[in-house]
Design a protein around this ligand. Structure first.
Ligand SMILES: [Zn+2]
Ligand SMILES: [Zn+2]
Length: 428
């Protein structure tokens, strides 16, 4: 992919920000296991590296390790049994291992990439990814969601210098993973709507050029919906490219806004609460996709409300804390002190801008029917049962996720409007 074209397209933006990113190369092609050494050398990647994988990603990239050795690389290997949760303990372990080498090659997706991303950033070592499944859009991300004591936070890092993906491996990856990547991209409809609303009522930075860049990538993915789960190298390459593009958008905007809205916070809530009970959640994009459908439904129903009355928010902390529980409450409270973020917004402003908020929802988010058709075509999960989120947790996430981030979203405004999202969802 021509990354320079994106740089040119983003030059001299009217928003005033200088849009740039660190990613030097995205190499997509068939049989790249054999050519990884050559690619790394071409971009002057260090020869003494730590290669990190899990049992699965190591298996599907059979021969990569040996090939790197025969290409003259010195490779230290760390293969995890399974890597479903990216935890600070692993980040710290890798940080120590990285002292002995000059660069880090992460082989896998999601969590493997995330622990490598943060540890190589902390150890100040160049970082490259060999992607094994198009399962989420974090490949080109410059931040890593990591759990620490069951609370999940995004840590700032650097983008990888190089992303390599063998389209044969991507195409052969399980349908569930490919459909998860699709779900993660569909979330951008909500993300862009939330971003525009945060700009409108809270003055958050927003860039229309970045937003339209994301819209184009999402439209491309939507058009490919029926090819997502097919074992087709060309389709897999196109999906992967879209995932990398939406990841790049986050760095262009220097925030996660273009890629994640309230649906991501709901998914994080479900994840943290399950983790607290020692239960590992489903794939990121799979959960986010389900949350996207729920939020789309709630937002479209909100858009039907013609007039709202707003007041300052008066959170019932006792109730909120009882849901977060003693382990998560301190971290959650830190994000809501000295006052909640929405209490920085004059209530009258929301009343005045409500018409525009409704318009943004209608403009940015396809109808639930359209989304459901796309999800079905991509074989993506659509119900809480499919992501093993029970009824109580499902409702809790929708109701209480808003306190988990200091971030204005449409959902975050609802306590100021005395609107219960669940009542809206169930049409009560
Ligand atoms: Zn801009
Ligand atoms: Zn995501």
């Amino acid at each position: 992919m021509d990354l320079q074209k994106i740089r040119d397209m983003m030059a001299d933006c009217e928003c005033g920000h200088k849009h740039d990113f660190d990613l030097e190369a995205l190499e997509l092609g068939s049989g790249l296991v054999e050519k990884t050494g050559e690619i790394l050398k071409r971009y002057d990647f260090p020869k003494k590296i730590l290669m990190v994988a899990d049992v699965n990603s190591f298996r599907v990239t059979k021969g990569l390790y040996e090939r790197l050795l025969s290409d003259g690389f010195t490779v230290e290997l760390r293969v995890y049994d399974s890597m479903k949760v990216a935890d600070m303990r692993e980040v710290e372990e890798l940080e120590k291992l990285l002292v002995r080498v000059d660069g880090c090659l992460s082989v896998g997706t999601g969590s493997v990439n995330d622990i490598c991303r943060l540890s190589s950033y902390r150890a100040n070592k160049p970082f490259a990814i060999f992607a094994t499944a198009p399962s989420m859009d974090g490949f080109a991300s410059d931040s890593a969601p990591i759990t620490k004591g069951n609370f999940k936070l995004s840590y700032p890092c650097r983008q990888p210098r190089i992303i390599i993906a063998d389209t044969k491996i991507l195409a052969d990856s399980p349908t569930e993973l490919k459909a998860a990547g699709f779900g993660d991209v569909m979330a951008k409809y909500i993300a862009i709507a939330d971003w525009r609303v945060a700009n409108l009522v809270h003055g958050d930075y927003y860039c229309e050029r970045v937003a339209s860049f994301v819209r184009k990538a999402v439209a491309k993915m939507a058009a490919l919906a029926d090819k997502v789960s097919v074992r087709d190298e060309e389709a897999a390459a196109a999906v992967m490219e879209t995932l990398v593009l939406t990841g790049i958008a986050m760095q262009l905007a220097k925030c996660t806004r273009p890629a994640s809205g309230t649906e991501h916070i709901i998914s994080h809530y479900w994840e943290c609460k399950k983790l607290e009970k020692g239960v590992i959640s489903d794939y990121h994009g799979k959960k986010v996709g389900v949350a996207t459908l729920v939020v789309a439904d709630i937002y479209h129903k909100l858009a039907k409300i013609e007039k709202v009355h707003a007041h300052k928010e008066t959170p019932d902390w006792k109730d909120i804390q009882s849901h977060y529980g003693p382990a998560l409450t301190p971290d959650m409270m830190k994000l809501n002190l000295p006052d909640t973020i929405v209490n920085e917004i004059p209530p009258r402003l929301i009343e005045e801008k409500w018409g525009e908020i409704r318009k943004i929802i209608e403009e940015e988010i396809p109808s639930v029917e359209t989304l459901e058709k796309l999800f079905a075509a991509a074989h993506a999960a659509t119900t809480p049962e499919q992501i093993a989120v029970d009824h109580a947790l499902f409702e809790e996430g929708i109701e209480y996720h808003i306190y988990m981030r200091r971030r204005v979203t449409v959902m975050r405004l609802l306590p100021m409007l005395d609107i219960d999202p669940l009542k809206i969802y169930y049409n009560k």
